[in-house]
Write a protein that binds this ligand. Structure first.
Ligand code: MF3
Ligand code: CO
Ligand code: CO
Length: 289
């Protein structure tokens, strides 16, 4: 649909198109003509949607803060799940993973060689030396947010500590590479380089994702790739960056028993940190912070 200059903008700002997204659309059209992949309008969040996603992220962050205060050796992963569920509900929100595609719990807890999507259980007890990823996704008033952090239980060996640290640096490299009118490939390239230069590998079968109106939206965010390629990053896009870094090979498999837990094929350790980000006019904003 082509708008006239004096029509109201498609982004519902209430401004005339010429004062709002006209230049933005022209810029994207140009990039598209040059052969680049550009985001559809659905991926450009309106002001109201961004506000909603930020409020959702506040609850999501509150959950992670609560877990970081309480997580300790001897605790079951089901107890972590319970903390998250209760906090979420008492803040008027809904755990996005609960019953998502049949997933049975309010968050994911992935320990040591588990890459992601570990299911909380009363039979899994955190022990000294574990490295643990807790991944939380929240729906508030229909808006989605997603973040994960690593936790180290008790005395963790240097090898595991280094992996956790480098995985965090990988996320930071990805965040630094994310710029308005840059490319998704810039993010993946930066992450892959940092992982490889530390002798680690990047999981290829899972990635980040657009988020906001649904748990997983377009685009798929690769954590490897080539600068200047893949989708153009335009102001208003909201997506996650969540590199999964393996100490050994990048290969993974899914636990046949539960159908969810992703593990490293070689049994090596894996670490992951995740943020939800908004692309702005002049940079990015980390919403999950
Ligand atoms: N929070 C996860 C992500 O980062 C999604 C988990 S979906 C589940 O994309 F079903 F496995 F919980
Ligand atoms: Co997540
Ligand atoms: Co995610």
């Amino acid at each position: 649909m082509n708008l006239n200059r004096n029509d109201l903008c498609w982004c519902k700002s209430g401004l005339k198109y010429k004062k709002c997204h006209l230049e933005f659309d022209e810029r994207l059209d140009n990039l598209k003509r040059k052969g680049h992949i550009v985001p559809t309008r659905k991926l450009i969040k309106t002001k109201d949607q961004i506000e909603g996603i930020k409020k959702s992220a506040q609850v999501n962050n509150g959950i992670l803060d609560l877990i970081s205060k309480n997580i300790k050796e001897g605790m079951t992963t089901e107890e972590i799940d319970k903390l998250a569920y209760d906090y979420t509900i008492s803040n008027g929100a809904i755990p996005a993973t609960l019953n998502y595609d049949g997933y049975p719990k309010s968050l994911c807890v992935s320990i040591n060689d588990e890459v992601c999507h570990g299911i909380p259980s009363k039979d899994v007890i955190l022990k000294n030396g574990d490295i643990v990823n807790v991944d939380v996704t929240t729906i508030l008033n229909g808006y989605y947010s997603d973040a994960s952090r690593m936790f180290m239980i008790g005395e963790v060996n240097d090898e595991a500590k280094k992996l956790v640290q480098v995985a965090k640096e990988c996320l930071n490299k990805g965040l630094e590479a994310a710029k308005p009118w840059g490319f998704l490939g810039d993010i993946g390239a930066a992450i892959e380089e940092h992982a490889k230069s530390n002798g680690y590998s990047v999981v290829r079968d899972f990635g980040g994702h657009g988020i906001g109106l649904d748990i997983h939206e377009e685009p798929f965010v690769f954590h490897f790739g080539k600068r200047g390629t893949d989708m153009v990053l335009a102001p208003g896009m909201v997506f996650t960056i969540e590199p999964m870094i393996n100490a050994g090979s990048h290969e993974i498999f899914i636990d046949e028993n539960d159908g969810w837990t992703v593990l490293t094929a070689d049994g090596s350790l894996s670490a992951q940190w995740e943020h939800t980000v908004l692309v702005t006019e002049d940079g990015i904003e980390i919403i999950s912070k």
